[in-house]
Write a protein that binds this ligand. Structure first.
Ligand SMILES: [Zn+2]
Length: 459
């Protein structure tokens, strides 16, 4: 057993939301109890102790939309890249990069991302992958790194017509194979002990069917996707990230984007629509009526200058809306800060978004997780997955259950995370990742990145 304690405990459980000096008790991959530190130590005297050193203890964070493939873009320079708008950014930067990712580069992008997730306290990632340089096996390579580093992942490959039919067929196959693999893991896990390797993998991995965006998917391709997609797998797709996507749908298909996706059967309770900047009331109603999910990526939208989505309106409709980073960062606190100021700035109203932004990150992302993973996540509560982080934070003003989100918003960033536990496994202890030679890892990662950059620039 593992007892994580000696800090202010934020549980996200409404029945007992805050302990001034609390502890979480974990048995295997599950939380068995939370409470005051003294009481928990008396009750579980033999449990191993992970010390929060008087800081904060809270549930591991969840990123609802990420792009592992973007990891090696940091500091890149691409010859001739001079974007005039969103489509130029996609084609000139992201599609150019992913065309040069082979399996080794994908694997290192995944490992680097997961290490960064651990350091920022993010224990669950929904990823939307592209590596048109080498598609077959890419989701499997990522999933191996996910299991190796102990992070929970829901993976998919972004199917697109943008690199021709052969690559599109490979992308569809990769989605189907990986979804089947995850389902097989689940069924096998049921026949193995709860602490077996199979059960651990099944608990950490899920798959869904990825699609890039409607403007790079013909009717023929969407028909093929729908005919091959396993039942109830759910789809993960960018929607109306730029106005160009809406114009394309109207011009080519004479309907709005969500209508087009809905007509193909893509909407539904397991489907995630990223961005949704240019959707109207009718499309929001369709999303709500089909119980489809939306993910907001504030930093990415601002960085690409594509506009601000009507996130607060979307949430007021009752649509399950999560918070992601779109590859910009693995620090969910950063995404939370940017979402907070974006909507105030956009609506010229400093009173908005106080409730919605923490709701997205701390409640809705967990509800999204519950649609893909069997063990519930996002709360420090008996029966939930033992996903726990500790942070080095001493409040300079009074702190209690009523104002934890204010402290988090203004007082914390990912770098404050000291220890990270996912499914009961200690992934980082006092900023040290056991078994990882960081210096050697990053040195090799830089070599792989250099090779990718050289390839991108034709060297
Ligand atoms: Zn994205």
């Amino acid at each position: 057993m593992l007892l994580i304690g000696n800090g202010r405990l934020i549980t996200r459980d409404n029945d007992a939301p805050f302990f001034e000096n609390g502890a979480v008790v974990c048995d295997g991959k599950l939380i068995v109890e939370t409470g005051e530190l003294t009481a928990m130590r008396e009750k579980y005297p033999d449990a191993d102790f992970l010390d929060a050193h008087g800081g904060l203890i809270m549930p591991g964070l969840i990123n609802a939309h990420n792009h592992i493939y973007s990891a090696m873009s940091r500091g890149i320079s691409i010859n001739g890249y001079n974007p005039k708008g969103f489509l130029d950014i996609l084609d000139g930067m992201w599609w150019t990069l992913d065309r040069h990712l082979d399996l080794e580069a994908t694997r290192y992008s995944a490992a680097a991302t997961y290490i960064d997730c651990i350091k920022n306290g993010c224990t669950t990632v929904f990823d939307h992958h592209a590596s048109f340089g080498e598609i077959p096996g890419s989701l499997f390579a990522i999933s191996e790194e996910s299991v190796k580093y102990g992070i929970r992942s829901c993976l998919c490959y972004e199917t697109s017509d943008r690199d021709g039919e052969e690559k599109c067929v490979q992308a569809i196959r990769e989605n189907v194979d990986f979804i089947d693999h995850c389902r097989k893991l689940r069924s096998e896990a049921g026949q193995n002990p709860a602490d077996s390797k199979e059960a651990a993998q099944a608990d950490l991995l899920a798959g869904m069917f990825g699609m890039h965006a409607q403007f790079t998917l013909s009717d023929k391709t969407l028909e093929k996707c729908m005919s091959e997609a396993p039942e109830n797998c759910g789809f993960h797709i960018h929607v109306a990230e730029g106005i160009e996507d809406l114009h394309d749908s109207l011009l080519k298909h004479h309907k709005r984007i969500v209508d087009r996706l809905h007509d193909f059967g893509i909407t539904g309770p397991h489907t995630i629509l990223g961005h949704c900047i240019y959707i109207n009331e009718h499309e929001m109603d369709l999303i709500r009526d089909t119980d489809t999910m939306v993910v907001h990526n504030p930093e990415s939208n601002m960085g690409n200058a594509v506009g601000c989505p009507p996130t607060l309106r979307i949430m007021s409709k009752g649509i399950l809306t999560g918070l992601g980073t779109d590859g910009y960062t693995n620090d969910m606190f950063e995404s939370m800060k940017v979402a907070n100021v974006l909507h105030k700035h956009n609506l010229c109203d400093p009173t908005v978004a106080w409730g919605e932004v923490p709701q997205m990150l701390f409640e809705n992302n967990a509800l999204m997780g519950a649609r893909f993973f069997e063990t519930p996540i996002g709360k420090l509560k008996a029966g939930y997955s033992a996903d726990v982080i500790t942070l080095d934070y001493a409040p300079l003003t009074p702190m209690d259950a009523s104002n934890v989100n204010g402290h988090i918003l203004f007082g914390i960033s990912g770098r404050y995370v000291t220890s990270t536990v996912c499914a009961g496994r200690i992934l980082m202890k006092d900023r040290n990742i056991p078994g990882l030679d960081e210096e050697a890892f990053y040195a090799h990662c830089r070599e792989v990145s250099r090779r990718v950059w050289d390839s991108v620039n034709g060297r």
